[in-house]
Design a protein. Structure first.
Length: 318
C-alpha cells in the first residue's frame, strides 16, 4: 500500500476544472440489497450543463435523509465556474457531508465530461487493477466467509476461540480486522493474525497493536490525517463521510507527506458512487485492502473477479 505522491497534484487539477451547471435533479428509490438486510434508500443526483450530465450518489441511511437531500439539490450553485469554486460555494450552504459528497462527485463527473477527460488522464496515469476486500459484520463463526475464497475484512467478535483465530490465520485471506473502537482482545488478535491491519482498536494500544493500527472512524476531514499521533499504519478514506472526493484527495496527499498508506472505504454505495470509489482506489491505493467490493442489488449477483478492472472513460465513474 504505497502512499500516493500525486494526490496533491490531482487535487489541484480536479479543482481547476471548468464547470458549467444549468440544472440539478434527484432520483430517490429503495433498492433490495441482501447484505444491507433491508431495502436500501438511495438517491442519484444529476447535474446538467452544456448538454451533458454528471451523477453522484447519496449514502444517507434513512428516507428522511434522502428527502432532505432532494430539497438541497434544488438550490445548488449554477452558472460557469470551476469545480473548486463550485464546491466552496456549496460548502457555504450545504452542511451535511453526505449531501456535499454526492453533489461534488456529480460536479466532478460533469466537469470531466465537459472537458472530455477523466481523473486518470488528469493524473497522467493508466488505471491499475484494484485489490479489494469483502466486508462482513460480526461473525461468531467466520467459516462460511472463508469458504468464499474472497479476501476479507471482518468485524472482530470477542468470543472468537483460539481455533477460530488459527483458521483465520491459516486461510491467509484476512486483510483487516475491524474493532469499531470496541474491546475485542486486540493484542490477542494482533498476535494471531500478524498480516492483518487492525482497524479502530480501542485505546490504549500496546506496541504490537500500534504497529498495525489503521484509522477509519477518526478520519472525517483531511486535518485528521495530520492530527493522527502516533502515525497509524494506514488510514481508511471514505469520501462520503469526508464531504466529497476533493477532501479524500487532500487527505491522501497529507497521508503521502507523512508516509502513511491509504485505502478506500465505502458506505454502502450501490450505484455510481461505488464506481467512483473504484476510480479513486485505482488512483490512490490499487494494492491496498480497499473496502469497495461489488455489491449485489435488486436480485442481480455481484461478480467478484480477483481484481477490479476500472475503465478509463470520460467522466468520473462509469
Amino acid at each position: 500500500m504505497p502512499p500516493t505522491p500525486d494526490a496533491a497534484r490531482l487535487h489541484a487539477a480536479v479543482a481547476a476544472l471548468e464547470l458549467v451547471v444549468d440544472d440539478a435533479t434527484c432520483d430517490t428509490r429503495a433498492a433490495a440489497v441482501p447484505s444491507y438486510g433491508e431495502p436500501r434508500p438511495t438517491s442519484t443526483v444529476t447535474l446538467r450543463g452544456g448538454g451533458l450530465a454528471g451523477r453522484g450518489e447519496h449514502v444517507g441511511w434513512t428516507p428522511a435523509a434522502h428527502a432532505a437531500f432532494a430539497g438541497a439539490c434544488a438550490d445548488v450553485p449554477r452558472g460557469r465556474t470551476s469545480v473548486g469554486e463550485w464546491s466552496a460555494a456549496l460548502a457555504a450552504s450545504v452542511r451535511h457531508p453526505y449531501d456535499r459528497a454526492a453533489l461534488e462527485a456529480a460536479a466532478i463527473d460533469l466537469a470531466c465530461r465537459q472537458r472530455r477527460t477523466s481523473l486518470f488522464r488528469l493524473a497522467g496515469v493508466a488505471p491499475r487493477p484494484v485489490r479489494y476486500v469483502v466486508s462482513y459484520a460480526r461473525l461468531a463463526d467466520p467459516s462460511a466467509a472463508l469458504a468464499t475464497g474472497d479476501e476479507l475484512k471482518l468485524d472482530v467478535d470477542p468470543a472468537w476461540s483460539d481455533d477460530v483465530l488459527v483458521a483465520l490465520a491459516r486461510s491467509g485471506r484476512v486483510a483487516i480486522v475491524d474493532f469499531k473502537g470496541r474491546d475485542g482482545g486486540a493484542e490477542r488478535v494482533a498476535r494471531a493474525l500478524p498480516a492483518a491491519l487492525l482497524e479502530d482498536p480501542p485505546l490504549p494500544w500496546p506496541p504490537v497493536v500500534r504497529a498495525r493500527t489503521s484509522l477509519d472512524a477518526a478520519i472525517v476531514a483531511p486535518d485528521d490525517v495530520d492530527a493522527a499521533d502516533p502515525p497509524p499504519a494506514a488510514v481508511n478514506l471514505k469520501p462520503a463521510r469526508m464531504g466529497g472526493p476533493l477532501a479524500a484527495l487532500d487527505a491522501a496527499a497529507r497521508a503521502a507527506r507523512r508516509a502513511i498508506p491509504v485505502y478506500l472505504g465505502g458506505m454502502f454505495e450501490i450505484g455510481i458512487g461505488r464506481a467512483q470509489l473504484h476510480v479513486l482506489a485505482a488512483l490512490l491505493a490499487s494494492d491496498g485492502p480497499n473496502d469497495v467490493a461489488p455489491i449485489a442489488t435488486d436480485g442481480l449477483p455481484a461478480a467478484r473477479p480477483p481484481r477490479l478492472v476500472v475503465p478509463d472513460a470520460d467522466g468520473f465513474g462509469a
